[in-house]
Design a binder for this molecule. Sequence first.
Ligand SMILES: C[S@@+](CC[C@H](N)C(=O)[O-])C[C@H]1O[C@@H](n2cnc3c(N)ncnc32)[C@H](O)[C@@H]1O
Length: 270
Amino acid sequence: MSDHSPALRETVRQRYAAAAVQVTEGGTACCGPKAIEIDDNFGSTLYAADEREVLPAEAVAASLGCGNPTAVADLHEGERVLDLGSGGGIDVLLSARRVGATGRAYGLDMTEEMLALALENRTKAGATNVEFLKGTIEAIPLPANTIDVVISNCVINLSTDKPSVFAEMFRVLAPGGRIGISDVVADDALSPAQRAERGDYVGCIAGALSFAEYREGLASAGFTDIELTPTHAVADGMHSAIVRAVKDRVMDPTGVVKPAPEDAHCGCQA
Ligand SMILES: C[S@@+](CC[C@H](N)C(=O)[O-])C[C@H]1O[C@@H](n2cnc3c(N)ncnc32)[C@H](O)[C@@H]1O
């Protein structure tokens, strides 16, 4: 499930840095001399017009996702949301509007150029409940049990250590917390080599898990109520999918796993 290659991660970082620079210079991440090859299955066309209209043009132009996780995560006023691989910030800014002044939206990205673009977009949007963090999704720079909802848009397939990503999502979620993720997922019948024939790693295809691998990875990290729902095809036998799961148990200091307390379902204000 993992290729812990630092070289591969560096290739990913360089390609997304180039995409961010392209947007900063007035282009879009998807068009012109392409840093990343994408088509209509990816990017801002996956958002409703009324969502795009309320955002800075550069946040929309930088959209490189394969879904719209804020639409599936059912966010509520007061919740704390973390977007893994937040890019130009489109899903963080949309989340911030949904959780309101009493909530908080965090974006995490490893690419300096993307973070710079996201910070500019935060200023343009006038968002005051948004924070962008530099770091990797395999070692999330936040304390345990502090997030209500983890979202992510087409990033986990890019990770070279997916078990660590799943374990970190579980760690930072508060008991009762949930994930609402869009990602590329492969049919179970496709071998890793067949996935790589359909597209490259930085283009979000070769590194995709199969449905069974995704389910197993989340279950091994402790998640329950796991649902994977394909939404549209992105290549032969490969899909954009919505991934949902819940952290309904906690580990006490002695290592005993227990159900999460009933009243711990979110950080919403009463
Ligand atoms: C396909 S883009 C998606 C960006 C954003 N979610 C969107 O929908 O536009 C992938 C983003 O994830 C970041 N990324 C990739 N691998 C990462 C990792 N291991 N840790 C942190 N960020 C990562 C890249 O820098 C890039 O900004």
